[in-house]
Structure formats: structure tokens, C-alpha cells
Design a protein around this ligand. Structure first.
Ligand SMILES: CCCCCCCC/C=C\CCCCCCCC(=O)SCCNC(=O)CCNC(=O)[C@H](O)C(C)(C)COP(=O)(O)OP(=O)(O)OC[C@H]1O[C@@H](n2cnc3c(N)ncnc32)[C@H](O)[C@@H]1OP(=O)(O)O
Length: 177
């Protein structure tokens, strides 16, 4: 479904980005990242090294359709949710989402190459506020913006996932220091 060029684009970090090598437990069967057919969502996650925020490259395939030829709003909200949650995890907060707002600004054509940016905006005890933006990969058009409240849970609730997350991020630090 995806062209070889699309796959190459998805996998190529921009300057200052490090690829996140996520474990299979996150990728397999994940609602957002679990489809490898190219029909629905195709994503790759990165860390933006200068400020340790999250970036993702994403292509919305034909199976994400809402309005004819364009992405369903729920699929955009799901991508923002995952990316904003990932940004919190990346800063060491093991969280789940409590509240999510998405603003849909411009219809997103299926197959377009898109970039997601997500960053932690405030931390107050267990409350982690995160913002995000889904935009055109090679331009300034913003398709959707998101804001969310995530709540930190006891890391034990996530089992091996929290130690896997620390391992992923310390590997990145070793690679960039
Ligand atoms: C993971 C990998 C690591 C590597 C990452 C690398 C990047 C890769 C990228 C991607 C990875 C994947 C990333 C996944 C991200 C996905 C996120 C989701 O979609 S999670 C599923 C949907 N969310 C739920 O199903 C939660 C259901 N809700 C609950 O479980 C509870 O309600 C919970 C935990 C949210 C809160 O329950 P309580 O009992 O622990 O805490 P209480 O006391 O109720 O709340 C704590 C404080 O938060 C406020 N609060 C709670 N919910 C609120 C709400 N909805 N609105 C406003 N405030 C709220 C409360 O008022 C309270 O504030 P006061 O301390 O009193 O000031």
C-alpha cells in the first residue's frame, strides 16, 4: 500500500531527531502503531534531541478515511493521543490519558506525508499537561492541534513497560552524548 519512497521517508529522521526503537510489546496490536499493512496508520517515532520532545512521521492510509479522500477526525485524535502520551513517557512520566482536546484545522488528504510534534507543557504532581500538533511534512499547513491531561500511575501498574521505556531512552542518551 505504501510506496518504497513513502517507507524510506517514514524511516528517515530529520536533523536533530533520533529514531526510537520501540519494543514489540508497544508496536504489536497497538491501535495506532499496530498496522503494518500500510492501509491504516503508518508511523515512526523519534525524539527531537534539542528539547527532548517527541516527533513522529505519519501517513494516513485509505483505511483511516472519514470525509471522502480525507482522514477521519478520530484517527487524527488517536495519533495525537499516542504522540502526546509518548512525549510524557519520554520525559519519564508513566501516564495514561485523562482528558484530550483536538482541534481540526484543515482536512488531511489521505496519503499525505505528515509530522506530529508533541511536548510536555506543565507538570503538577501527577498531572502532566501535553500539547501536540499534526502538520504537513514538507510545509506549514496544520491539520490538527491537541492538548491533553495525562495522569501519572504507579510504574508497577505498567509491568515491564516502564523498565523497557527507561532502556530505550538511556540508549538514545548514549547515542547522542
Ligand atoms: C509506553 C511506552 C514507552 C515509550 C514511549 C515512547 C514513545 C512512543 C509513543 C507512543 C507510546 C504509547 C503512548 C500511549 C499513550 C496512550 C494514552 C492513552 O490513550 S491511555 C488510555 C485512555 N485512558 C484511560 O483509559 C484512563 C482511564 N482513567 C483512569 O484510569 C483514571 O481515571 C485516572 C488514572 C486517569 C485517574 O484516576 P486516579 O484514581 O489514579 O486519580 P484521581 O485522584 O481520580 O485523579 C488525579 C488528579 O487528576 C485529576 N483528573 C483525573 N481525571 C481528570 C479529568 N478527566 N479531567 C481533569 N482532571 C482529572 C483529578 O481531579 C485529580 O486532581 P487533584 O489531585 O485532585 O488536583
Amino acid at each position: 500500500m505504501l510506496s518504497d519512497d513513502d517507507v524510506k521517508w517514514l524511516e528517515t529522521p530529520q536533523p536533530g531527531w533520533s529514531a526510537l526503537r520501540l519494543p514489540h510489546m508497544i508496536l504489536e496490536d497497538s491501535f495506532v502503531s499496530g498496522d503494518s499493512s500500510g492501509r491504516r496508520l503508518s508511523l515512526r517515532f523519534f525524539r527531537h534531541d534539542p528539547d527532548r520532545s517527541l516527533r513522529a512521521k505519519v501517513i494516513f492510509g485509505p483505511g483511516t478515511q472519514g470525509p471522502p479522500g480525507h482522514a477521519h477526525g478520530g484517527s487524527m485524535a488517536a495519533v495525537l493521543d499516542d504522540a502526546m502520551g509518548g512525549a510524557a513517557w519520554m520525559q519519564g512520566h508513566p501516564v495514561v490519558a485523562a482528558e484530550l482536546t483536538a482541534r481540526f484545522k484543515t482536512m488531511l488528504p489521505l496519503g499525505a506525508r505528515c509530522v506530529v510534534e508533541a511536548w510536555v507543557s506543565a507538570v503538577d504532581g501527577r498531572k502532566v499537561r501535553v500539547a501536540g500538533r499534526l502538520r504537513q511534512g514538507d510545509g506549514d499547513t496544520v491539520f490538527a492541534e491537541g492538548e491533553a491531561l495525562f495522569i501519572t500511575l504507579d510504574p508497577k501498574k505498567f509491568g515491564v513497560l516502564t523498565s523497557e521505556a527507561s532502556r530505550i531512552f538511556s540508549e538514545l542518551d548514549e547515542g547522542t552524548s
